[in-house]
Design a protein around this ligand. Structure first.
Ligand code: ADP
Ligand code: MG
Length: 683
């Protein structure tokens, strides 16, 4: 049981004893039931040692015995602020306790059994940081250079104290939630309830359970309020602290004695919640699980690449010959048992939303971004599968095979053979009724449209054993469909990529007209399809031009939960439209150049020019576009603007207004406006 304390060296153990003795000798507050800080500290240490910290956290803390020592010392010293003022703690004083504790530790360290001022300072900081007992107050101080885990230590302390319903500070907090404060004094609160058990919940995963007997309805409600604030604090800590806690929920199971409690509040039924996120109503297309599994595989590969740059990622999908089984494999990071509990099983929690990962996502030096977001993607597999087997192994850990037969069922977990390769393999056994629908062709079609820009190629083996590779596509486009030449122009983004395509129809051996096609703009993000939009193209181009864009890095956009809609900011939208307009200039010039080489008859050229000119609305043509447009098109655009100016100005003049036009600030537009004004003046 003393596994953690054993890690503390003997010298430090003696120091810890000295601290305990010093705390025991401190003057106590004069109340009916004196506070025993030594006993409180011992309870907290029990909690650290027995269940609160998971293996990963324990391992990290015990790599540095001093950290463990600091945590234990802080458990004894954290509330010594209480002994200073010699008066009972009220709600207003709660903040003060920790400030006072920190002051006392720093000033009085030699009398408190602490070896030196430096150590005292770190202990004081941990105590101070542990002060916030409702999640609303962030533990603001950033991580400490010398002791990197100050934040983790403070979080442990804070959580252990909050869950210790006998701790004086906790009692003060609970007391605060009583509607009538005068009924009894804070220290009398413990006469109304007793905690019969605290620890991991026996059957709810990642949940802390407190079993409480309570004899008063108001106290019951105050305890429920406290439960909620601990829950908030825990959520907050898990966003801030690494490694995060194994727990994501706290439940106070309160058994009422002699009253009927009213516990009304909004709640989510967990199996209904699972159904909701599983996606029957979330996703329109049942094949969406393919995209979700591939996203997970890509993220896992990219995450491994962060750690090991020389590694080469691989993803594959295999269909069984009767298409009743689909197997997806990646050689990414893989998962450990704890990882599975923390991230894979926790619905709505995604590893890829943690702060450090978000920073990586924004780092423009890295050529990928993590795709995952909402922590629900995997559930979509249950739309089609009746059984799912996940085999996964992380470097340096034992591999695991997990069999899931249904959302509500417990999983079957086995160890894998030693030689299972690092990575994850997900096997879906499709539901009977879906098999007809699930032809592999339909799947591969879906994949081709959805992941064609993916940087990591996906190898697909169909039911007949044929293998194809999808992804890594850049500016390729099937030209076969077109009756004439096809012109492609790359789009010029900082972080993203894309192209516009314009086809021509031939008559005999020369270009005769523009091809009609209406695909709009297909927008991808991180290589995966999101939506198709016409509105990104100028109206005049919509029936001839097709475009594909893959947003990455800075250009990335907020997505809806089903990943089918984009929430652009006005700036993003403007920027993308502008890049596309520049691409249209290139593609129109290419077509015109081809026509010139082919010596296309003049009246055909004229009609093509007329068609192309409507791609360019003169109010959107900036100077760069204007200069780049080939001569005949530029003339057309300029003429249309001149006509516009002439008509609208003569109207204005007739109405007695001044000659000016708003919003035409490009140099070429101003030149047209000026020549018009001059001509008017001459007249
Ligand atoms: P999200 O992808 O939004 O996080 P998911 O439900 O798809 O939500 O996955 C939950 C978590 O499970 C991921 O955050 C990731 O940590 C883990 N995970 C899922 N698939 C894999 C995989 N193939 N390899 C490694 N980890 C995975
Ligand atoms: Mg996912």
């Amino acid at each position: 049981m003393d596994a953690m304390a054993d890690k503390i060296e003997n010298a430090l153990k003696a120091d810890l004893r000295a601290i305990r003795t010093a705390v025991g000798a401190l003057p106590q507050i004069q109340t009916r039931s004196p506070i025993d800080l030594v006993e409180q500290g011992t309870r907290m240490i029990d909690c650290f040692e027995n269940w609160l910290l998971d293996d990963e956290q324990t391992q990290i803390l015990s790599m540095q015995p001093r950290h463990m020592f600091i945590l234990f010392a802080a458990a004894y010293l954290g509330d010594i602020g209480l002994t200073d003022g010699n008066r009972p703690v009220g709600a207003d004083d709660r903040e003060l306790i920790y400030t006072r504790s920190a002051e006392l530790i720093r000033a009085d360290w030699h009398n408190l059994g602490i070896a030196d001022a430096n150590l005292a300072d770190i202990i004081a900081r941990v105590c101070l940081l542990s002060r916030s007992d409702d999640g609303s107050k962030p533990a603001g101080v950033s991580t400490d250079g010398a002791v990197p885990n100050v934040r983790l230590l403070a979080a442990c302390l804070q959580l252990a104290r909050a869950l210790d319903l006998k701790a004086t500070a906790t009692i003060a907090h609970i007391y605060q939630h009583l509607p009538q404060k005068g009924r009894f004094a804070p220290h009398e609160l413990i006469d109304f309830f007793s905690v019969t058990n605290v620890g991991p919940h026996p059957y709810l995963n990642a949940t802390i359970q407190l079993k409480i007997l309570c004899s008063d309805p108001e106290v019951h409600r105050a305890l429920k309020h406290h439960e909620r604030s601990v829950q908030r604090a825990l959520e907050h800590m898990n966003q801030q602290v690494r490694p995060r806690f194994l727990y994501s929920d706290v439940i106070y199971e309160i058994e009422p004695e002699g009253y009927t409690p009213i516990d009304l509040k909004f709640s989510v039924d967990s199996s209904a919640g699972l159904q909701l996120f599983m996606g029957n109503r979330l996703y329109a297309d049942k094949r969406v699980f393919l995209r979700e599994l591939i996203q997970n595989a890509v993220d896992a590969c990219n995450y491994r690449r962060l750690i090991d740059q020389s590694y080469s990622p691989a993803i594959s999908i295999e269909f069984s010959d009767d298409i009743s089984v689909i197997k997806m494999r990646d050689n990414g990071v893989g998962m450990t048992r704890q990882w599975i509990e923390k991230y894979f099983l926790a619905i709505g929690i995604s590893f890829y939303q943690s702060n450090e990962i978000r920073d990586i996502n924004r780092d423009s030096r890295i050529d990928f971004g993590f795709i995952s977001q909402f922590g629900i993607g995997f559930l979509s597999s249950f739309l089609v599968a009746e059984k799912i087997v996940i085999k996964t192994r992380k470097t340096g850990f034992a591999g695991l095979a997990i069999t899931i037969r249904g959302l509500r069922d417990y999983f079957d977990v086995r160890k894998l053979a030693e030689d299972f390769p690092v990575g994850t393999e997900v096997t879906l056994y499709l539901k009977e009724s879906k098999i007809k629908y699930c032809r592999s062709l339909e799947f591969s079609g879906y994949l081709k449209t959805n992941i064609r820009f993916l940087k990591i190629p996906v190898t697909l083996r169909d039911e007949r054993g044929n293998t194809t590779t999808i992804g890594r596509e850049q500016l390729a486009y099937e030209t076969a469909k077109s009756a004439g030449p096809v012109f492609l122009a790359a789009l010029n983004f900082e972080d993203s990529e894309g192209y516009v395509r314009l086809g021509a129809k031939n008559l005999g051996d020369h270009i005769h007209a523009l091809e009609t096609s209406s695909g709009g703009v297909s927008v991808f993000q991180d290589g995966i399809f999101v939506t198709q939009m016409d509105s990104l193209l100028p109206e005049g181009a919509r029936s001839h031009v097709v475009s594909r864009i893959n947003l990455m890095g800075q250009d990335k956009c907020e997505l809806s939960m089903d990943r089918n809609r984009m929430f652009w900011t006005a700036d993003q939208h403007q920027h993308i439209k502008k890049v596309i307009r520049h691409g249209l200039v290139d593609v129109a010039n290419l077509l015109m150049a081809a026509a010139r080489i082919q010596d296309v008859p003049k009246n055909t050229v004229d009609s093509i020019v007329n068609n192309l000119a409507i791609f360019f609305d003169f109010s959107d043509v900036d100077d760069v576009m204007y200069d780049q447009l080939c001569e005949p098109l530029r003339k057309k655009v300029k003429k249309r603007f001149r006509d516009f100016v002439r008509i609208s100005f003569s109207q204005k003049q007739r109405a007695g207004g001044t000659v000016e036009a708003d919003g035409y600030n490009e140099a070429w537009q101003r030149a047209v406006l000026q020549s018009f004004v001059k001509r008017k003046e001459v007249n």
